[in-house]
Design a protein around this ligand. Structure first.
Ligand code: GTP
Ligand code: SPV
Ligand code: MN
Length: 604
């Protein structure tokens, strides 16, 4: 056992308490050093659970258990004191009952394993917007991922001092080892009905059991930075959002910052790393998944990216679609559930070239590409991910670690909508923008395990799986933020949809780098100088020539992308009115009901 490298009595007592409960063979504190990272990688390679990648220096591949490939929303709980506090969109269990159940599972659960203590900072250490968490885990995979995704180690403990505040995050893969037993090179986890991803909002605490994957196990990310932080943000008057942050520079050298909320696997990483097809424009990356925002002394909203790396969707990432991501993963990268090539590289669907020879697929079986067989199971899991350092990203912005954050000029909301929702429309004011956020809908993707891929569900503010309290109160919090601000200094709000399809199921809009054309219109609207906009029943929209046309998009396509589908919108409103808004009962802000009524009237 290593001695605790801290004088923080409460922290030491908590680690001792958890060690006594979970009975690990050893306790190790993470100092965040490269040596510690390398030692853990060696341990993972020696055990066989990680595979080396000769083609990518410092990189390794994991294949998870086939049952442990994504977040598990139906095993994720907001254990607030009352069901009402968790609200209608969250799973709730009484916290006393849940702690009892989970304490039973945690008892002896780290037998045969090492308990790692990971001190981490969400946000640059010492930033007034940053928060410190301590994750206890028995998974070395989690430790090395946290070392990329957050700022880990001694500097965090130093900042915490003897009595600083931290958010306790307890994690176990839930697979104790008997004497002499090993994982036999397999990914350890517990069966689905033993998995619990639990947030205790009043205690500001996280308990996770049974899964080693992504948002279930890297507790700084969705559990802390969104579910717990959203509760803190409500109480303290700031915003914790599922948003990318990008910096955009126009040909005249003028800079703006845009934050965008799209549901999981709906294009945040891609937009954050976009390479503009519009000449003279530049986009740089501040963050790709989460934004924490507070008002600055000048009355503007400032955002930090609380993370230090990217846990990005692998399939679909190619030199064509996202070269900056491809460069970010050339070295120092952890891959999970990608396919392995014979010469020690990774491969996935739509990586931009055919599968070279015989692969090992994400399940560990031999796999040879058969392009004639449309039914062939994919080589990489659709939610395969890369974990890469933000500092290895060529498009990372010079100000991405500014402890004060970056001033936000525009918010975008969006989702995957094959019909109805136009390429872009703009809110006429803040409350209209909150209305737009509240009605976000999207086709379900592979980022969560227990949902039917492809069906449209409402995902307000892309926060459905991530809001730590009653979603109706969350809407009210957004309205209140607008009320207390100087309206002229608030970000402008837009709604985008890159995912319109033709009747034949083809993309109507090419997306990716071509989205810069839409960002250019947003840029102009923020300055109020574009002159290329019209008022429509659903909000402000570009004129058909307000957005320059990419190759392959006809004028008729452009008209379809930028028109108001009145019948489609009427159906949309009927769905919101009958299936969405009633869920929130008396917690639905009256302003949103008024927005709905006003929109119905405008549609005629
Ligand atoms: P999470 O990490 O789960 O929060 O996902 P994300 O929102 O960061 O999504 P990401 O950028 O990783 O994109 C997910 C998938 O959508 C990938 O397969 C992308 O190739 C695809 N995608 C992203 N942007 C576009 C776009 O503009 N058009 C189209 N058609 N597909 C896109
Ligand atoms: C998401 O699902 O929104 C992700 C991946 O960003 S995970 O970290 O697994 O939540
Ligand atoms: Mn995400």
């Amino acid at each position: 056992m290593t001695t605790a490298p801290t004088k923080h009595k409460k922290l030491i007592a908590w680690v001792d308490e958890i060690a006594a409960l979970t009975t690990p063979d050893a306790v190790e504190w993470c100092d965040g050093s490269q040596k510690q990272y390398d030692d853990l990688v060696k341990l993972l390679l020696d055990s066989g659970v990680a595979k080396p990648l000769a083609k990518r220096p410092g990189s390794i591949l994991f294949r998870s258990d086939p049952s442990d490939v994504a977040r598990v929303e139906n095993r994720t709980y907001i254990a607030a004191k009352t069901k009402e506090a968790a609200g209608p969109t969250n799973n709730w269990i009484d916290p006393v009952e849940l702690k009892k159940t989970m304490s039973g599972l945690y008892a002896g659960c780290m037998k045969g394993r090492t308990l790692y203590v990971i001190p981490f900072s969400m946000g640059p250490v010492g930033s007034p917007i940053a928060k410190i968490g301590i994750e206890i885990t028995d998974s070395p995979y989690v430790v090395i991922n946290m070392m990329i995704m957050t700022r880990v180690g001694t500097k965090v403990l130093e900042h915490l001092g003897a009595d600083g505040e931290y958010i306790p995050c307890l994690h176990s893969v839930g697979k104790p080892l008997q004497p002499g037993e090993s994982d036999h090179g397999l990914w350890p986890c517990a069966p689905l009905d033993k998995k619990y991803i639990a947030q205790f909002p009043e205690d500001r605490a996280i308990w996770s059991y049974g899964s080693g994957y992504g948002g279930n196990a890297l507790l700084g990310k969705k559990c802390l930075a969104l579910r717990i932080a959203s509760v803190m943000a409500r109480d303290e008057g700031w915003l914790a959002e599922h948003m990318l942050i990008l910096k955009i520079t126009n040909p005249e050298g003028k800079v703006k910052h845009v934050a965008a909320a799209f549901p999981s696997a709906c294009g945040k990483t891609n937009l954050a790393m976009l390479v503009p097809t519009l000449p003279g424009w530049k986009v740089e990356t501040v963050g790709d998944d989460i934004a924490w925002m507070k008002f600055g002394a000048d009355g503007r909203l400032y955002a930090i990216n609380p993370e230090a790396g990217f846990f990005g969707v692998a399939p679909g990432t190619s030199m064509d679609s996202n070269p900056n991501a491809m460069h970010s993963i050339e070295k120092d990268t952890i891959f999970t559930n990608a396919a392995l090539t014979e010469d020690g590289d990774i491969w996935w669907e739509q990586i931009g070239y055919d599968a070279p020879g015989k692969l090992i697929d994400w399940k560990g079986n031999e796999w040879v590409q058969d392009k004639g067989n449309k039914q062939q199971a994919p080589a990489a899991h659709p939610n395969a991910r890369f974990t890469a350092k933000a500092s290895n990203c060529p498009s990372i912005a010079d100000n991405w670690e500014d402890p004060a954050g970056v001033p936000i000029d525009a918010f975008l909301f969006g989702g995957r909508r094959p019909s109805t929702i136009p390429l872009i429309h703009q809110a006429t004011d803040w409350v209209h923008g909150v209305f737009m956020g509240s009605i976000v809908g999207s086709e379900i993707t592979a980022a969560a395990l227990d949902l039917k891929v492809g069906t449209v569900r409402r995902d307000p503010f892309a926060m459905l799986p991530f809001c730590g309290y009653h979603m109706g109160e969350y809407f009210q919090h957004w309205i209140n933020i607008g009320k207390k601000a100087d309206a002229t200094k608030l970000p402008k709000i837009f709604f985008v949809n890159w995912f319109r399809k033709t009747a034949e199921g083809k993309w109507l809009w090419p997306g990716y780098g071509e989205n810069s054309r839409v960002l250019a219109w947003v840029f102009g609207q923020c300055d109020g100088v574009s002159g290329k906009s019209v008022e429509t029943p659903i909000g402000i929209m570009p004129t058909v020539d307000g957005i320059s046309r990419p190759d392959g998009v006809s004028e008729a396509d452009m008209k379809e992308l930028l028109s108001v589908d009145v019948d489609g919108w009427k159906k949309e409103l009927a769905d919101i009115e009958t299936n969405h808004y009633p869920i929130f009962k008396d917690k639905l802000p009256k302003e949103l009901k008024e927005e709905l009524d006003a929109l119905r009237k405008r549609l005629g």
